[in-house]
Design a protein around this ligand. Sequence first.
Ligand code: PLP
Length: 380
Amino acid sequence: MNNKIVKKFEDLPSPSYVCEQDLLENNLKLLKRVQDEADVNILLALKGFALYSTFDLCKKYLKGCCASGLHEAILAKEEFGGEVHTYSPAFKEEEIDEIIQLSNHLVFNSFNQLKQFRQKALGKTSLGLRINPEYSSVEVDLYNPCAINSRLGITKANFEEDELEGIDGLHFHALCEQNVDALEGALKAFEDNFSMYFKDLKWVNFGGGHHITREDYDVEGLIKLLKDFKKRYPHLKVYLEPGEAVGWQTGYLVATVLDVIKNGMNLAILDTSAEAHMPDTLAMPYRADIRNSGIANEKEYTYRLGGNTCLAGDIIGDYSFDKPLEIGDKIILEDMIHYTMVKTTTFNGIKLPSIVIKLSNDCYQIVNNFGYNEYKGRLS
Ligand SMILES: *Cc1c(COP(=O)(O)O)cnc(C)c1O
């Protein structure tokens, strides 16, 4: 860990993920307002945002973390404190004791898993089951928990109502980057099929995928929906566990142009990689925004931007600029905080981006730097 303070943007290491503390705090304040006005509990999903040097700030606003297994549960306990809610598609015998000890809530993906671990967990943590509400509104299957034949959650047909001993809650996670209308649909499906079991429960968890901090998100609509739900079931505690909404639009990835060449068009090679540093641009796929750029041919100088791995498809996209790109120029890829640093790889031996927090006083704190050890350390 480095923690060096740098005053000027030009002095940042390249590449770097730069999270702006003030923007993060604005998101946290909005989530806290939902939490307070609707009387619900909001957890941070570590899967999407695990920038733990900001957790002292996050824990002023949110109740805890949702973890997807042992390592995330340990990180939640070590760095965040508060409540730890752990769900995994399948827990392992050799890890379950430690997970039980770390977790306030433990959510099983199937009745098999419940039966395997119930006796160990009973009385030590609050037990829940993940439901598949079979309400599918996410268009890309890679991100759709309710896609056909999904392994995530228990469907109505597989629900064993005689096996609910020790179950305090039900959990569903059916959304991805969505607004209140999608939650309304998923919640209706959930209630239609499972509300008959609510009377014996203590809590329900509406999962993540709520894009609460996006500009066009209907925050008032969400508060109303949550309040209405609580009116129908006043005995239930309600949890939400967004990841993306916490880190949404809180910073960028800054990279440097290493070379400019031609092959039928202008090509620029950056010291970053779509494949290794922003894999969702290839997986979704989506086009990242770049500061002060346009789509191809919108501005005078168009370039295809590529990464410095040897993967032919390591291409960020075609962008146009007002001035020709030159070696050494900085490129700022917007909104590269959530689902980026949690997914990086050292593929092809390229350096991981440094991690930087832009503080409220406009100084930059370099919270982590990486090098050869991260590459070698995961091989043998
Ligand atoms: C991914 C995930 C989340 C967080 O989803 P976001 O889209 O980042 O809000 C929450 N809960 C579960 C179970 C998840 O798998």
